[in-house]
Design a protein around this ligand. Structure first.
Ligand SMILES: [Zn+2]
Length: 490
């Protein structure tokens, strides 16, 4: 490693008569080590222009740089006075953090999420530390200004461990009396639906407790978990491997099951949910032979739970095993479940643990609860089936998919009946006409060979690969986990 920024890397960066020296904190200590410019930029995720601009300001000792110094302390309540270079510096700093796409966290928002553990204060402190490491102690950006730049230029949220609050209830709470009047009817309806959905599920649990032919399961994704949780601050700039956990909470037996995979194995879509739910239903039917009435519960996410692929799978399972399956969707915004307490148990168990691999996540999940063991399966790619072809055999035009509250598929008397409720308060179910006359469903379903959804490892981005390599080279990922990451990068 060279002691200065190599002049052949970028001669322009050397300003005035002094050569610029770059430092980074040494692994596991507070000491700074001199590194080459390229490594400095790569590690901090700052581009060369940012440093050049900042250095130019520093070198022109009577320029705007001095103004920046004057703005510290008492002047931070007027953050708009920072020069544009500082704003750009903050923008490029924020851009250097990898974000998580909203669909991994919640489907109904356009926001992207910053990694868990970050906050505005922390990000601001990191930038100020980095500036002081390159000899620019004078720039001390206030937290208030950093927050202002983030809010004005990005649609970013900090990764929340819990689900967001209900949008409608929140809007109602914040409304003026006049606005409340306009929302009143919608909200009353909403609260009634919330209550009815809960009541129906509680009733099912009571019935299941005294009737061994009934099973009730609630399933839900746990917030995205990423590996490399270790507390090296440079790791905040590095992309993480996405690890997913689809949990099943058996409301009658209290058996909790997690299905875990990473982004190179499968996605977080309808085929994944349908395939894993299918496996869980088959597990229930094989381990509890008396069960012939399965009631499943989920939230309304159309990309994952409320779609033709999942409905197709439920129909196929009902036919294949001659059982009745009822799926209910909880009221939007109020989908909390017993599974949520599982998620928070796992979160608090793993909060201060270093986790680098999917396997470590699975082990932590198994041990997370002190009063019982969660069953954890790490899924193989060949578990994930493609339901798209089979779904084409139904007339979906006759179903308002988005409005479904309850879907009942009864094949228990060797006759297939499918009915639906679009409102929990409807007294009768509507018969659903999605079966096509010329198709022999029983014969096709009983002999169906599911095609696999994906045959090959799902590739990750080149940037992610580069970040994993950097983390291995610096031993931010300990050597014993390198084999796992080498396979991911391959
Ligand atoms: Zn609500």
């Amino acid at each position: 490693m060279t002691s200065d920024l190599d002049s052949d890397t970028d001669p322009e960066i050397i300003l005035g008569t002094n050569k610029t020296t770059y430092h980074l904190p040494e692994k596991g200590s507070d000491n700074l080590v001199i590194v080459c410019g390229k490594m400095f930029l790569d590690t901090l995720g700052i581009n060369i222009q940012t440093v050049r601009t900042a250095l130019a300001k520093k070198m022109s000792s009577h320029g705007t740089f001095v103004a920046a110094r004057d703005l510290r302390g008492t002047h931070t309540n007027r953050p708009h006075q920072y020069p544009v270079e500082i704003t750009n510096l903050i923008i490029s700093h924020i851009k250097s953090f990898p974000t998580v796409e909203s669909h991994y966290v919640r489907a109904d928002t356009q926001k992207n999420y910053l990694p868990a553990g970050l906050s505005i204060s922390r990000m601001n402190r990191m930038l100020n530390d980095e500036l002081s490491q390159v000899g620019m102690k004078e720039i001390n950006i206030s937290r208030q200004y950093y927050a202002k730049v983030l809010q004005e230029n990005f649609n970013l949220s900090f990764h929340k461990p819990k689900k967001d609050k209900c949008a409608l209830c929140h809007q109602y709470k914040e409304s003026t009396p006049e606005q409340k009047e306009l929302l009143k009817d919608r909200r009353i309806e909403h609260l009634k639906n919330k209550k009815i959905a809960r009541k129906l599920i509680n009733q099912s649990v009571i019935e299941a407790n005294s009737d061994s032919s009934i099973a009730v399961i609630h399933f839900d994704f746990q917030k995205v978990s990423t590996t490399s949780k270790c507390e090296v601050s440079n790791l905040y700039y590095m992309s993480k491997l996405v690890v997913l956990n689809l949990t099943f909470y058996d409301l009658a037996t209290n058996l909790d099951t997690c299905y875990v995979w990473n982004e190179t194995v499968a996605k977080k879509g309808s085929n994944e949910v349908a395939s894993i739910l299918m496996r869980q239903i088959e597990y229930i039917l094989s381990s509890r032979p008396k069960v012939n009435d399965i009631r499943t519960v989920s939230d309304n996410c159309t990309g994952q739970n409320k779609n033709q692929n999942v409905f197709t799978m439920l129909i196929m399972m009902a036919v294949f095993h001659d059982v009745k399956i009822t799926h209910r969707f909880l009221e939007v915004g109020h989908t909390q479940s017993a599974g949520d307490s599982m998620h928070s148990t796992i979160e608090s168990y793993t909060r201060h643990r270093e986790i680098f691999t999917q396997d470590q996540w699975a082990k932590s999940m198994r041990k997370a609860c002190h009063s019982k063991r969660y069953v954890v399966h790490q899924i193989d790619q060949n578990w994930i089936k493609d339901f798209g072809e089979m779904a084409k055999m139904f007339n979906w035009a006759n179903l308002h998919t988005n409005d479904v509250r309850e879907l009942v598929i009864d094949s228990s008397n060797s006759k297939l009946n499918i009915s639906v409720k679009y409102d929990f308060r409807e007294k009768k179910y509507q018969k659903l006409k999605i079966l096509k006359k010329d198709i022999e469903y029983f014969e096709i379903i009983k002999n169906y060979n599911f095609p696999q959804a994906c045959e090959n490892k799902i590739d990750i981005t080149d940037l992610k690969k580069k970040h994993f390599q950097t983390m291995m080279q610096n031993l931010w990922i300990p050597e014993k986990y390198h084999d796992f990451y080498k396979k991911i990068i391959q």
